[in-house]
Design a protein around this ligand. Structure first.
Ligand code: FAD
Ligand code: NAP
Length: 332
């Protein structure tokens, strides 16, 4: 394995050669890469949301831009500027230690800050867009820095402009968030409330919520360092109420959560489990025994093995429920 191999840089533990892996510590480092006209370019943070299926005929920019600074504040709020190469969970812990609210439900999500707007990371009833202010990114074709405000980013459910029309066109270098000094907790997500009750916490702080989230996640999700995975492999599908009603005739126990008056979200994990794939494996590619939505590499699965198993799941779910599962993970 050469030093240009991506094996140490992705949580599914896929081996893939590249044209070179270039650490980026500053905006200046990006401009220097552009002056050298190295191409094509791809960007990696923590590698926790990519499935690599082949060698990459590209130079990989490994984001290492650090720094967390408070750039403005008033009595209620603080505006922070964060380097895109900061670790997300460490940023959440920084906010808790400074008693700044807004990130607590998003504790223990792997990866770097620069990738958070990319798929508008979310968990336990909160998405990063709820605290997002703006970001700086460099256009890799033109070498020009641009500021994106919330309305420019087209945030959606695990979506943004950077996952679609601007994919691989910009490198995000800094993200600005607005955190609160007067906290409004969101504990409506059932599992958080249950955990706080179990811990007998009646007036939770942001630290209590983060601790509850960490405890729930550690009890349910496989640690990628132990069992390689990329978290949820598919998005939770959103379907119309009429589709849900027709499914309920055959599957009255089906789980759903309202999105709006016309549509609901069905947990992909429920569909995969009830299509018979929970804990299944083909060779070294499988779903985790505790969480059907998490595809895991049990040893030496290749990217193609993982993709082929994912397709088997998609076909199984489509045949049984008539619902198409869409990957959340970025396929390289
Ligand atoms: P990478 O995998 O390195 O990159 C992901 C994509 O973003 C790639 O296409 C890459 O090119 C692009 N990208 C990365 N950095 C930049 C940048 N600076 N500029 C432009 N493009 C960039 N996600 C959730 O939303 N919620 C969860 O609760 C959650 N839980 C997870 C649990 C586990 C155990 C695992 C393994 C993953 C989980 N994820 C979750 C998925 C993942 O952690 C997030 O999507 C995270 O934001 C990915 O960050 P990363 O730095 O690892 O991104
Ligand atoms: P869970 O609590 O078992 O619930 C299954 C799914 O049902 C979730 O994905 C969630 O959708 C939805 N759900 C549950 N309770 C809900 C509520 N009160 N209101 C609205 N939707 C609800 O899920 P889990 O797999 O253990 O994950 C817990 C949280 O962490 C979820 O928010 C999940 O998205 C996030 N997570 C994400 C990843 C990833 O890689 N993307 C990995 C692990 C966990 P939502 O996903 O839309 O919230």
């Amino acid at each position: 394995m050469s030093h240009n191999n991506l094996l140490p840089y992705n949580t599914m533990r896929m081996s893939a050669e590249t044209k070179g892996i270039i650490p980026i510590y500053s905006e200046q480092d990006v401009f220097e890469v552009l002056v050298k006209q190295l191409s094509p370019l791809k960007i990696i943070g923590g590698g926790s949301n990519i499935l690599i299926t082949k060698d990459q005929d590209a130079y990989i920019l490994k984001n290492e831009i650090k720094g967390i600074e408070i750039i403005d504040e008033d009595n209620d709020k603080v505006l922070i500027k964060v380097g895109a190469g900061e670790n997300w969970h460490q940023l959440v812990m920084w906010s808790i230690s400074h008693n700044l609210g807004g990130f607590e439900n998003l504790a223990l999500i792997p990866g770097c800050v620069g990738a958070a707007p990319m798929q508008n990371i979310g968990a336990y009833g909160i998405e990063q867009e709820s605290v997002f202010h703006s970001l700086s990114a460099i256009n890799l074709n033109e070498g020009i820095t641009r500021t994106f405000y919330k309305s420019d980013c087209k945030f959606g459910y695990r979506e943004s402009i950077f996952k679609n029309e601007y994919k691989e066109k910009f490198i995000i270098t800094h993200v600005n968030y607005i955190l609160s000094k007067n906290h409004k907790l969101n504990t409506t997500y059932g599992a958080i409330n249950n955990k706080l009750e179990e811990l007998k916490i009646t007036e939770p702080t942001i630290s209590d919520v983060a601790c509850a989230v960490i405890a729930i996640r550690q009890s349910k999700l496989p640690d990628p360092k132990v069992i390689p995975n990329t978290g949820s492999f598919f998005k939770n599908p959103v379907v119309s109420i009429s589709i849900l009603e027709s499914l309920k005739i055959e599957y009255p126990e089906i789980v759903s959560y309202p999105i709006d008056d016309n549509s609901v979200k069905i947990p992909a994990a429920w569909l995969i489990q009830h299509a018979g794939f929970k804990g299944q494996r083909v060779g070294d590619a499988g779903t985790h025994k505790n969480h059907a939505l998490v595809l895991v590499n049990y040893g030496n699965a290749s990217g193609d093995d993982m993709l082929s198993f994912a397709k088997t799941i998609q076909n199984g779910v489509a045949t049984k429920f008539g619902i198409n599962l869409e990957p959340e993970v970025n396929i390289w």
